[in-house]
Write a protein that binds this ligand. Structure first.
Ligand SMILES: Cc1ncc(C[n+]2csc(CCOP(=O)(O)OP(=O)(O)O)c2C)c(N)n1
Ligand SMILES: [Mg+2]
Length: 811
C-alpha cells in the first residue's frame, strides 16, 4: 500500500533558513508539484482508456498553488474550482488516493471524503460535520468548502466565508465560539479562472467584499483561455487586474490590494502570497492576486484537444513556460539541486503516483467483483431450478465477461434474472430477491442519500411546543408579531443575525426587524447593497462557519437574482458532500399578491423544482411564520420562508410564547371541516378560500380547507389524502402559473397519498393566469384567483356531480 499523505509545506522565510532547510523545502515543493502533474497525466489516460468518465486537471497551475499553500493556515478556508489539486495536496486537505477515488467515482466517504464519488473529479471539500451532526473544530483544521461545477458560482459563498471572520473579530459576544475562529484571523481563499471572471457573480462579490472589507484573497488563475475562447473575447483589455485598478485602496479609502505575478516564477509567487495574505489576515483588507502566464499542458479537459484552437506559437510558448519546467530550471541554475537529483526525484514520484492509482483502482474493482460473484452465484443457483436456464446462464456469462464491471452491471443482471423467472415460484428466487433488496438499500445510501443532513439537530427533531395565548392577548399587526418573535430569538441566541436590503436601520421594508438594530447592534442586523446573489452567498458562508444567519431577499420576485446560488450551492451542499458539510441558512422573503408584475410573484413551481435540498415554507399569516422561524432557528437545515406580502398589516393575536411555539415542517393543518370538496391552498389565497367557504356554505356546500403550511416537505401525515377519502372531490388553489406548484401538489396527493383511488370527479386546479399580474386591483382580479373564481370552481364540481341540486350557474 503506498503512503497516502503528502506533507504540507512549511513557511518560506529565507532569512531564517539554512541552505539545507531551504533546499529541502524547495525540493518538497517540487515533488508535490511533480506528483500532482503525474496525477493529471495519468488521470487523463484513465479517462481516455475508459476507466473514468471525465477528467479535468490542475496541470499548468502547480507552482502558484505551492506558493498559496504556504500562506494558508489552520482555520483558513478555501472556495475554489477544479484546478486546485496541487494546493489541496500541499496543504494536506486532499491526497493522491482521494484524487483517484474521486476520478473513479468511488462511492465511499472513506475513499473520497469530498463527495463520496458524487462529484466529477477535482471537486474538493473537507468534512466539517461529525457523524453525530456536530461541527468539527474548524479553528484547528484547514477548511475547504465544497466545490461546484458552475464556474464563478462559488464566489458568493467565498464572500460569506470571509465575512464570518469579520464578525468573529468585531462581535465580542461571539468569542466563546473558539471552535470556529480565533479573533477572526482566518482568511478565505478563493480561486477562479480568468474566463470565469466575466461572470456577474465575480463582479458582485468583488464589490461587496470591497464595501465590507473582509479577509478574502482571490487568486485568478490566468491561462489566457476559457476552453477555446481567448482572453480577447473574455476580458476588457485582456487583463483582469488592469481593469480592476479602480478597486485599489488608496489613502483614506476602502478597497483592495491587487497583485500581479507570473505563474511560473516560484520565488516571486512565494513572496507575493506572503505579502498579500499578511495584509489580508491582519488588516482585513481583501486582496486579489492575478497570476498570469499560466498554461494548460493537456488542454482544458478530456473533452477535447487544445491543438484545435491554440496556434503553434502559443503551444510552443506554453511548453517553454510550463511552470514545473521553469521551476526545475531555476532549481538547477541556483544550485539547489543537480540534474541527476531531479531525475531521481521525478522517477520516484512517478512510481509513487502510479502505485496510488493502481491501489485505488484495485480496491474499487475488488469490491464490485465480490458483489458480482454473489449475484452470479445466486443467478446460477436460480438457473438450476428455473425453466429459463439457458437465458439465465447467458445473463451470468455476460456479467462475468464485463471488462471493468460497475454496480449497475451487477444489479441489471439480477433484475433481468427476476424478469426471466417472473412466473416461477422458487426458493432460489427468494434468495436472489433478498440479496437484491439488501444491495439496493446499500446503493440507495451510496447514490441517493443525504439530500438533507438529517442530523440530530434537524428541524424534525425540534421538540414541539403548542402556541399559547393569554386571556388578554393583544391584537396587533402581523409585522409586530413577527418582530416580537425575532426579538425573542435574537435575545436567546447570540449567533443569530439578519442582513439584506433595508434590513438594518429601518428594520426591513415591512418593519419585521424594526428597532432591533438599535437593540442588538449593526453587526447583527445589517443593511446590504442590492446584490441578491451575494446576500445568499454571505449567508451560506456564515452558516458554514457556525453562525445562524437570516438572509433576506426583499421580494420573492427578486429571488431569481440569487436562484443560481440557492439551487447550485445551498440546495446541493449536503448531497454533494454526502452530509459532510452543512449550511443552516434561513432565507426570508415575502411574496404572493400585492401590486404589479414584479411585486406579486408566487413562482412556487419554479422554486420547488429548483430547490430540492431546501425546505420551502409558505405560512398563511405571521403567526404561522413565527412558529416556523422558531423551529428553523433551533435546527440545522436550510429553509426558505415566504411570508405573505399583504399580511403585515392584518391583525393577529400575539401568542404568549411568541419566540418558542413551533409549527413543525410538513405538518398540514385542517382549517375548516366539510364533506363536499377538499380544497388545498397556501399563502395569500387561503384567506380568500376561507371567505369563499362562507358564501359556499350559504349555497349548501361545505368545503374542507387544508393548509399544507410547508410545500416541501408536503403534508407528511397525509391529511389531504384522508380528507379526499371523505369528499372524493379535489380543488387546488394557488397563485402560481397553471401546472406550476399545483401540479406538484396533485402528484403528491394522487400518487404519494394515493388520492386517485378516492376521486369521483376530475381533480381541479385553480391558478393564476400564465402572464404575470398587471398593476392595480383590476389587474389582480383578472389575473389571480378571486373569491368569485373559487366559488365557481367549487360549485361546478358539485354541479357536475348533481345538476338537479346544483344547476349550472351559466346556463
Ligand atoms: C456557469 C458555467 N458556464 C459554463 C461552464 C462550462 N465551462 C466549464 S470550464 C469553462 C471554462 C472556464 O475557463 P476559465 O475560467 O478561464 O478556467 P480554466 O479552465 O481556464 O482554468 C467553461 C465555459 C461552467 N462550468 N459553468
Ligand atoms: Mg482560463
Amino acid at each position: 500500500m503506498p503512503e497516502t499523505a503528502i506533507h504540507a509545506t512549511v513557511n518560506f522565510n529565507t532569512s531564517e533558513l539554512s541552505f539545507e532547510d531551504f533546499k529541502k523545502i524547495v525540493l518538497d515543493d517540487y515533488r508535490i508539484g511533480y506528483e500532482s502533474r503525474q496525477a493529471s497525466l495519468i488521470g487523463r489516460r484513465e479517462v481516455l482508456t475508459g476507466k473514468a468518465k471525465f477528467g479535468i486537471f490542475g496541470d499548468g497551475k502547480e507552482v502558484a498553488q505551492l506558493a498559496m499553500a504556504k500562506a494558508f493556515r489552520k482555520g483558513d478556508w478555501r472556495a475554489g474550482y477544479y484546478r486546485d489539486q496541487t494546493f489541496m495536496f500541499a496543504t494536506g486537505m486532499s491526497n493522491l488516493m482521494e484524487f483517484f477515488a474521486q476520478l473513479y467515482a468511488y462511492p465511499d466517504i472513506d475513499k473520497d471524503p469530498a463527495s463520496a464519488g458524487r462529484q466529477m473529479n477535482c471537486h474538493y471539500a473537507t468534512r466539517f460535520v461529525n457523524e453525530d451532526g456536530s461541527w468539527t473544530n474548524q479553528a484547528e483544521s484547514m477548511n475547504c468548502s465544497a466545490d461546484i461545477s458552475p464556474t464563478g458560482g462559488h464566489m458568493p459563498r467565498l464572500l460569506g466565508l470571509a465575512y464570518a471572520s469579520k464578525l468573529y473579530r468585531q462581535n465580542k459576544e461571539l468569542e466563546y465560539l473558539d471552535k470556529f475562529s480565533v479573533n477572526g484571523n482566518e482568511v478565505a481563499f478563493g480561486t477562479i479562472g480568468n474566463g470565469s471572471t466575466s461572470e456577474g457573480l465575480f463582479f458582485e462579490t468583488l464589490n461587496a467584499a470591497g464595501v465590507l472589507q473582509v479577509p478574502m484573497a482571490i487568486s485568478v488563475w490566468d491561462d489566457a483561455y476559457a476552453i477555446s475562447v481567448p482572453a480577447k473575447l473574455q476580458t476588457t483589455k485582456e487583463d483582469i487586474s488592469e481593469i480592476l485598478k479602480g478597486f485599489q485602496r488608496e489613502k483614506g479609502t476602502n478597497g483592495y490590494e491587487i497583485f500581479k505575478v507570473r505563474g511560473w516564477d516560484y520565488v516571486a509567487l512565494c513572496e507575493t502570497y506572503e505579502r498579500a495574505i499578511a495584509i489580508c489576515r491582519e488588516e482585513h483588507v481583501p486582496v486579489l492576486i492575478h497570476v498570469n502566464e499560466m498554461t494548460q499542458p493537456q488542454g482544458h479537459s478530456t473533452s477535447g484537444s487544445h491543438e484545435r484552437y491554440k496556434s503553434k506559437d502559443r503551444l510552443a510558448w506554453e511548453e517553454e513556460h510550463d511552470c514545473l519546467v521553469q521551476m526545475r530550471k531555476w532549481m538547477i541554475a541556483s544550485a539547489i539541486a543537480t540534474e541527476s537529483e531531479m531525475d531521481e526525484l521525478e522517477t520516484t514520484a512517478k512510481k509513487h503516483v502510479r502505485e496510488c492509482q493502481r491501489a485505488v483502482w484495485d480496491q474499487l474493482g475488488d469490491e464490485i467483483k465480490a458483489e458480482l460473484n454473489q449475484a452470479a452465484q445466486l443467478i446460477e443457483q436460480l438457473a438450476k431450478e428455473a425453466s429459463a436456464e439457458t437465458e439465465l446462464l447467458a445473463v451470468v456469462a455476460q456479467l462475468r465477461e464485463c471488462s471493468d464491471p460497475g454496480r449497475k452491471d451487477v444489479i441489471t443482471a439480477a433484475r433481468k434474472a427476476l424478469r426471466l423467472t417472473v412466473k416461477d415460484n422458487l426458493s432460489a428466487k427468494q434468495a436472489l430477491i433478498g440479496w437484491l433488496n439488501d444491495e439496493q438499500a446499500k446503493n440507495e445510501d451510496r447514490f441517493n442519500s443525504k439530500l438533507f443532513n438529517e442530523t440530530p439537530h434537524s428541524p424534525f427533531k425540534v421538540p414541539q411546543v403548542p402556541v399559547e395565548y393569554d386571556d388578554s392577548a393583544r391584537m396587533l399587526d402581523g409585522r409586530e408579531l413577527l418582530n416580537a418573535c425575532f426579538d425573542a430569538n435574537f435575545e436567546r441566541d447570540k449567533t443569530i443575525l439578519a442582513f439584506g436590503e433595508d434590513v438594518g436601520a429601518i428594520g426591513d421594508v415591512n418593519q419585521g426587524f424594526a428597532g432591533l438594530q438599535n437593540k442588538y447592534g449593526d453587526l447583527r442586523l445589517t443593511d446590504t447593497g442590492i446584490r441578491e446573489a451575494t446576500i445568499i452567498g454571505q449567508g451560506l458562508g456564515l452558516a458554514m462557519r457556525g453562525l445562524k444567519p437570516i438572509a433576506e431577499i426583499q421580494y420573492l420576485d427578486y429571488m431569481l437574482y440569487s436562484l443560481n446560488v440557492l439551487s447550485d450551492d445551498l440546495a446541493t451542499l449536503s448531497y454533494r458532500t454526502r452530509g459532510g458539510q452543512k449550511a443552516p441558512l434561513i432565507v426570508r422573503t415575502r411574496g404572493h399578491r400585492l401590486e404589479g408584475i414584479w411585486h406579486s410573484g408566487s413562482p412556487l413551481g419554479l422554486i420547488l423544482s429548483s430547490l430540492r435540498g431546501i425546505h420551502i415554507c409558505v405560512p398563511r399569516d405571521m403567526t404561522q411564520a413565527a412558529g416556523m422561524y422558531n423551529v428553523l432557528l433551533r435546527s440545522d437545515e436550510p429553509a426558505l420562508v415566504i411570508e405573505c406580502l399583504n399580511g403585515y398589516r392584518l391583525k393577529e393575536r400575539l401568542p404568549a410564547n411568541v419566540g418558542d411555539f413551533t409549527v413543525p415542517l410538513g405538518q398540514a393543518e385542517l382549517l375548516k371541516q366539510g364533506n363536499d370538496v377538499t380544497v388545498i391552498s397556501y399563502g395569500s389565497t387561503l384567506r380568500i378560500v376561507m371567505e369563499a367557504a362562507e358564501e359556499l356554505e350559504k349555497m349548501g356546500i361545505q368545503i374542507e380547507v387544508i393548509d399544507p403550511q410547508t410545500l416541501y416537505p408536503f403534508d407528511l401525515d397525509n391529511i389531504s389524502g384522508k380528507s379526499l377519502r371523505k369528499t372524493s372531490k379535489l380543488l387546488i388553489v394557488d397563485e402560481d402559473v397553471p401546472g406550476g406548484a399545483s401540479a406538484y401538489i396533485l402528484q403528491n396527493i394522487l400518487e404519494v397519498q394515493k388520492g386517485y383511488y378516492s376521486l369521483d370527479a376530475q381533480p381541479k386546479t385553480l391558478c393564476a393566469k400564465e402572464h404575470r399580474p398587471p398593476y392595480g386591483s383590476d389587474g389582480d382580479y383578472f389575473s389571480k384567483p378571486s373569491i368569485d373564481d373559487i366559488i365557481e370552481a367549487v360549485y361546478s364540481l358539485m354541479s357536475d356531480a348533481n345538476p338537479q341540486k346544483f344547476p349550472p350557474i351559466f346556463s
